[in-house]
Design a protein around this ligand. Structure first.
Ligand code: MG
Length: 345
């Protein structure tokens, strides 16, 4: 008889405002919350499946429901668990990365709690405070985007979603209301090399810190040419899901955006972080639209990284948990609690 139990449920998280990127608009997201308990300690995890990667809540719950009762027995480390999840996926016949992330997160939270230590200490992080997070301004009417920037005045760095017909107009309008650094995320929206070059030429004069995923991930040859041309650092998001060769990625990008829902594993993500600088890559920790549960797990990884974009929990209305905090200067910081540092409300 297994003494571990796995529970999960799908929760529709409402966004504070509709969130638009070059691929479409969202008003709610269906995320799956996971608990792993031994009856004494309970660990929490969250899957934020994203259709860009062919995942949804149904696939996640189907995968979770397929895990046998004794799945967690004899698992001693996060590495062992990540391997076991991969093995199970091979038998299951489908890889659902966000489900892997949720299970591993919950187990690691349980593991830290069972040792009554914060995970960041158990993992030997230099401190519990990481980089400043950017705050995302979704696509909207120009005056609404200006108002969103003004309403988010407390944030020192904005991330602006582009990849539209009116990118230049948007940036010019935002520069009327702020001179703070902006990270641009085109979400694969510039579809020719010339269009991307033209935009970058313009953006280079606009106090832009970096450009995320300028072109579609499949256009890797053009992305390589773009890196040679670009005076601004380029960041791989859709181009980097976790298993790509870092050497190849570094031919087209300067930064990789690691998201737990793409890599499916904190343990594997940490290994990528450890290898990135040897491949001339900086790391950003990003997120999907997810609550404080998954974003606190992301915050743990950010402690070893240069860039953070962990604002998903700030964009939803009823965050079901308390977890990562922001300092006055909007640096990510993890509260001093055992495990991930999350408490459910
Ligand atoms: Mg992105």
């Amino acid at each position: 008889m297994s003494h571990f139990k796995l529970h999960f449920k799908t929760v529709d998280l409402k966004l504070d405002q509709p969130f638009t990127i070059s691929r479409g608009t969202k008003e709610t997201v269906s995320n799956v919350f996971v608990e792993v308990t031994d009856g004494t300690y309970t660990g929490y995890g969250e899957a934020a499946p994203n259709t860009r990667y062919n995942e949804d809540a149904e696939k996640v719950t189907h995968f979770l429901g397929s895990l046998p009762d004794n799945f967690f027995e004899e698992v001693k480390t996060g590495e062992e668990l990540a391997e076991k999840l991969d093995e199970h996926s091979r038998v299951f016949g489908q890889l659902v990365q966000s489900a892997h992330a949720a299970v591993e997160m919950a187990w690691l939270d349980w593991w830290g709690k069972s040792r009554q230590q914060p995970l960041w200490k158990l993992w030997g992080a230099p401190s519990s405070t990481g980089p400043v997070t950017s705050y995302t301004i979704g696509l909207d009417e120009i005056d609404v985007m200006q108002a969103k920037v003004e309403a988010a005045d407390e944030y020192p760095i904005y991330k602006v979603k582009l990849g539209t017909e009116r990118d230049r107009e948007i940036i010019e309008a935002l520069r009327e209301v702020t001179d703070k650094p902006i990270r641009v995320d085109a979400n694969e929206g510039w579809t020719t090399l010339n269009q991307a070059k033209e935009m970058i030429r313009f953006l280079a004069e606009q106090n832009i810190e970096l450009i995320e995923q300028p072109m579609p991930a499949r256009m890797i040859d053009d992305l390589r040419k773009l890196k040679k041309f670009s005076p601004l650092p380029l960041c791989a998001d859709e181009s980097f899901t976790g298993s790509e060769s870092l050497e190849e990625i570094s031919g087209a990008f300067d930064i990789i955006n690691i998201k737990l829902m793409k890599t499916g594993s904190l343990v594997k993500a940490k290994k990528v972080i450890d290898k990135a600088s040897a491949n001339d890559l900086q790391v950003m920790i990003g997120c999907m639209i997810e609550s404080s549960v998954a974003n606190t797990a992301g915050a743990l990884l950010s402690l070893w990284c240069k860039y953070t974009d962990l604002d998903g929990h700030l964009l939803i209305r009823d965050d079901p948990a308390d977890g990562l905090l922001l300092t006055k200067g909007k640096k990510i910081t993890i509260p001093d609690r055992p495990g991930l540092g999350v408490v459910m409300k």
